[in-house]
Design a protein around this ligand. Sequence first.
Ligand code: NAD
Length: 274
Amino acid sequence: SNVPNIILNNGVRMPQLGFGVWQVPDDEATSAVAHAIASGYRSIDTAALYRNETGTGRAIAESGVPREELFVTTKVWNDRHGYDSTLRAFDESLERLGLDYVDLYLIHWPAPKQDRYVETWKALEKLYADGRAKAIGVSNFKPTHLRRLMEETEIVPAVNQIELHPWFQQAESRAFHAEHGIATEAWSPLGQGKGLLEDPAVAEVARKHGRTPAQVVLRWHLQLGNVVIPKSVTPSRIEENIAVFDFVLEDDDMARLAALDAGNRLGADPDTLG
Ligand code: NAD
């Protein structure tokens, strides 16, 4: 596959483009992930919440691709925060996936009202020390949550997976991550396909390059250094979304997309969820 790797802060290599499976039912996950792997994807992003770890694991097992060539991410859900319950949740995820390790394990949301993400993180540190998660990270953490982890625990997260797309560009988080060696992974990189791909500026840049809007948006992320995990269950779109390594956006194209930031989330505010 022609997807470049980024090097995480612990030396682990992570494909800069992967396949997300949120909202894909378990039985469809097997064929979608199988098509993604056949199309060259080597990184898969699931979560206990998505209830498709079993179908995802089946596709991985049937793919014939050696385990060490794949990069599998899953996440602990908000109802399993705490040291012991996170360790158990991890075991259950591995069991469903049919794997003996994951490449990346994430805290799905900080759920600050529960105030247990520090304990949860200590469980992830244990899983990392035991080699059962090759890298550990977080998702939906704001700089305040990250700062607290760094003050109270040992390991700096390798990754923070956050909502990020041209309509919600997260300048403050991206700068914080860059300063602390945390990789920025963009969830809903295509803005969930809701409107962003019809934005006139995106459409114009796409026309200029003879590409689709989705390809232009993914290219924008990649050139900023973001990790992306676009989701689709449509075979042609799965293929389209990885065919983004043979063209380059110019500075004025990047500037046109940079100008689209509206500062509005599509998803929840991490301070209030969970
Ligand atoms: P996305 O931005 O990847 O958009 C997916 C939607 O865009 C598809 O359902 C489809 O409608 C459309 N689409 C995809 N490819 C297209 C193409 N080539 N042309 C036209 N339309 C296309 O949205 P997402 O699924 O929300 O995010 C991607 C992944 O990020 C998820 O599957 C999940 O793995 C992860 N995620 C994580 C969190 C979190 O809290 N950590 C939250 C949301 C999503």
